[in-house]
Design a protein around this ligand. Structure first.
Ligand code: OOB
Length: 541
């Protein structure tokens, strides 16, 4: 098994420690500190459950002992695919407590993606919910186990199938003390996958906890806060910016929303007195449309964070009057760097920009195509390194060579400009991925699936602007023989066992892809031309 590692050069590590960013604290210690200070406060509310921090601590011990009793040894990886339920916390902190490393999948992921994460992470166990949002995960989990050689155990929150283990059946027991090094990998996030399949992002106790602690200070998260987990908590934004982990560090209350629609979220806000939540732009639009008509009292809301994709200024401007709270824009990435507008920034900056980095030691480069720095106000490629940005993906030298410079800067793939006040404005992407309502889709990955269809000779997937989703995906297909219908292609894509958000929103059949006199154009150029042609067609009367 390839060990999980994340190593910064010694002199940078020394600096991050000397400045107090890396404190040597680990996740189990962080939870224990909260339990000592806030044991009687409500940690999490979800479904019928309402647990105090003392309750959570007890459940974490049981989960830790249960995982260890399966024969999992410290350092083993566990794929976790859970929706927004209280058991997300007992599972993940139980894994931390047992020295095991969670690898996070989203509830929307399906067999194909889980097999990839399972193999890439060499996971020993998979934790799922029995069902969520109309999907039963249990048969899929068996199919994943059949394809992932290292995967032995399937643990189910809910009723297990034969051969699977009930999470609730974990008996109280003792988990031997484990003292992980704070520089060790605590968890694995999944990249948005701009090129090909998603990559694994190892995050250490030191680096992740620093980003969370600092986020709490920036976002005003304290023990009086009530955080509504509306987005799927496995995602880096609602997990750590400051999200549910920020709430745990602060002793705040987490309210788990099973789905983020106004119908579900608004009554929870009113009932629990929610003060802060995080949304992607399309959800923020939905909430703003519903808020003026709702009977539910939303007045407890102090901060609504919006991020994951560009929030347009026209929409951002309306947040305060419609939702009655402060907007905070969040521009982050699972690889590390997170930018926030500050709560006391002038309205103009909150509306027009995506904020500035968490840390004074987040190093930001904005470069032109030749690799030279551009002046403030000029768009360029964003590169970054710092105390909580990874130095490399797990076991992927090709991706690392492409995504990191020799001196350790991460190439974000984002095009941004920096204003004189230090705030960043996101202008777009340099790489071909589609940011569909905050869900990142790799064009290449979808093209690969399309090419597996008998009637598809060639395929190119591009993003098109969409008034609601921000971007939608459009697949241009050169058919082999008679073109199949768009509906047939979509139905067939559904049989590929992939997340539904990856199925193209639009399909256009074309006779062929233009090639230059010199020969075949690059896929990047081809996608750019197809996008142009689609945009021009649209503009014609
Ligand atoms: C967050 O993380 P990922 O890993 O799903 O996606 C990162 C990418 C960024 O490189 C950028 O292209 C895009 O998502 N993005 C934004 C944005 N926030 C993220 N583009 C424009 N405006 C924004 N506000 O999406 C993520 C992680 C932590 C906190 C927040 C978001």
């Amino acid at each position: 098994m390839e060990p999980l590692r994340q190593v910064w050069p010694a002199e940078l590590a020394e600096r991050y420690r000397a400045k107090g960013y890396w404190t040597g604290e680990t996740f189990p210690q962080a939870l224990a500190a909260t339990v000592r200070r806030h044991g009687d406060r409500i940690a999490v509310v979800g479904g019928e459950s309402r647990w105090t921090y003392a309750d959570l601590a007890q459940r974490v011990e049981i989960a830790a002992a249960g995982f260890r009793a399966l024969g999992l040894d410290p350092g083993a990886r566990v794929l976790v695919q859970l929706p927004n339920v209280p058991e997300f916390l007992s599972t993940v902190f139980g894994l931390f407590r047992a020295g095991l490393v969670p690898v996070f999948a989203l509830p929307a992921h399906r067999q194909t993606e889980l097999v990839h994460f399972g193999r890439a992470g060499e996971v020993s166990a998979l934790v799922i919910a029995e069902r969520h949002d109309g999907f039963d995960y249990r048969a899929m989990a068996d199919a994943v186990r059949a394809e992932v050689g290292t995967l032995e155990h399937i643990v189910v929150v809910g009723e297990p199938h034969p051969g699977q283990i009930a999470f609730d059946g974990f008996a109280a027991g003792d988990c031997p003390p484990v003292e992980p090094d704070a520089g060790a990998v605590a968890l694995v996030q999944i990249s948005g996958g701009s090129t090909g399949l998603s990559k694994l992002i190892p995050r250490t106790h030191d680096d992740y906890l620093y980003s969370i602690r600092a986020s709490n200070a920036i976002c005003g998260m304290d023990e009086r806060s009530v955080y509504l987990a509306a987005l799927p908590v496995a995602h880096n934004f609602p997990m750590s910016s400051p999200g549910i982990f920020g709430a745990v560090l602060a002793g705040a209350t987490i309210v788990m929303a099973p789905v983020p629609t106004p119908e579900i979220a608004f009554p929870l806000i009113a009932r629990e007195g929610v003060t802060i939540t995080g949304l992607v732009p399309p959800l923020a639009l939905l909430w703003m449309r519903a808020a003026p008509k709702t009977d539910h009292d939303l007045s407890s809301l102090e901060v609504v964070q919006v991020g994951g994709a560009k929030f347009m200024p026209e929409a951002a401007r309306r947040v305060r009057e419609t939702l009655g709270c402060t907007l905070q824009q969040v521009f982050g990435m699972a690889e590390g760097l997170v930018n926030y507008t500050r709560l006391d920034d002038p309205d103009e900056a909150i509306v027009e920009t995506q904020g500035r980095p968490i840390s004074p030691d987040d190093e930001i480069l904005i470069l032109d195509d030749a690799g030279d720095p551009v002046p403030d106000g000029t768009p360029g490629h964003l590169l970054t390194r710092g105390p909580y940005t990874i130095r490399g993906y797990h076991r992927d030298p090709t991706a690392n060579a492409r995504s990191f410079t020799a001196d350790g800067f991460y190439r974000t793939g984002d095009i941004v400009l920096r204003r004189a006040d230090g705030n960043l404005v996101v202008q777009g992407r340099a790489t071909d991925h589609i940011n569909r309502a905050g869900e990142k889709i790799s064009a290449e990955e979808v093209e690969d699936h399309l090419l597996a269809h008998d009637s598809v000779f060639d395929a190119a997937v591009v993003s098109l602007p969409d008034p609601y989703l921000g971007e939608r995906s459009c697949a241009f297909i050169v058919p082999h023989g008679d073109p199949p219908g768009a509906a047939e292609i979509k139905a067939w894509m559904r049989t590929r066992a992939i997340a539904a958000f990856k199925i193209p929103d639009q399909i256009v059949f074309v006779e062929g892809f233009a090639t230059t006199a010199v020969g075949k154009v690059s896929r990047k150029e081809l996608r750019a031309r197809l996008r142009e042609s689609a945009l021009n067609n649209r503009k014609q009367p």
